[in-house]
Design a protein around this ligand. Structure first.
Ligand code: FES
Length: 72
């Protein structure tokens, strides 16, 4: 589902960003542009970001770095 229409950011993209190691909402915004144009998505994007961080911490999954993906 699209969360940010201005930058075509989906909820899946937010979860994937967290999986890659994005650890703050401001870092998510910097990397995806989410919430940086009209701002109407910011509240929902932050909520999904927080849920993704919480889900990841509950599972104790390792962070997947871009360099690890490139090596595969
Ligand atoms: Fe996300 Fe506009 S919908 S910045």
């Amino acid at each position: 589902m699209y969360i940010c229409l201005c930058h075509a950011v989906t909820d899946k993209a937010i979860h994937e960003a967290v999986d890659r190691g994005v650890s703050s909402y401001s870092e998510l915004a910097f990397n995806t542009g989410c919430g940086t144009q009209c701002g109407s998505c910011a509240r929902t994007a932050r909520q999904i970001f927080n849920e993704a961080v919480e889900a990841r911490s509950e599972l104790s999954l390792p962070v997947i770095s871009n360099s690890a993906l490139a090596a595969a």
